[in-house]
Design a protein. Structure first.
Length: 166
């Protein structure tokens, strides 16, 4: 750990080391591998090299039911797709980016899958308005979806909120 000569008691170096450790853990929670840099790079103000191998599946804003307005309070989660195969929740993306009116909420897909498996009941409902934490299947379709409150996702998972570029 680098310590500046003016950091008499080492408290600044310790604070920096603590933040860097937390940042490294944050990157790892998003599936990003990272490597701390050496002294020469730290002098250049580079603390980490990050290997970005992210595959993102972007989900647009949705209505709660046909004819309704697009909203940001709930997101539709797809457990099983129209074909009867695994839905996007179990796809090859490393991250899911949920669009909201002003931003995107990016979460690790595997963490989202684990959360949804824990909180969504296996019981089926016949109407999309009743799909809150319940499974909904459209008539004569193979898909299985559920409505999850966005605040549950943002409070339970590591997330990155990215303001939309205007």
């Amino acid at each position: 750990m680098y310590r500046n000569k003016n950091d008499k008691d080492g408290s600044c170096a310790n604070m920096g080391a603590s933040s860097e450790k937390q940042f490294s853990k944050t990157l790892e929670s998003f599936g990003l591998s990272n490597q701390a840099t050496g002294f020469k790079d730290q002098i250049r103000h580079i603390d980490f090299f990050v290997d970005v191998k992210i595959r993102v599946d972007v989900k647009s804003r949705k209505r709660l039911h046909r004819g309704g307005d697009k909203q940001d309070e709930y997101v539709w989660i797809e457990f099983v797709g129209n074909s009867g195969k695994k839905g996007w929740l179990y796809g090859e993306a490393t991250h899911i980016a949920f669009e909201r009116q002003r931003d995107f909420v990016v979460v690790p897909r595997a963490n989202l899958a684990n959360l949804c498996e824990e909180i969504v009941c296996d019981e089926f409902v016949s109407s999309p308005v009743n799909a809150h934490l319940m499974r909904y299947q459209r008539p004569n379709k193979k898909d299985q979806c559920s409505l999850i409150p966005m605040h549950t996702i943002t409070k339970s998972l590591p997330c990155l909120i990215i303001k939309k570029h205007s």
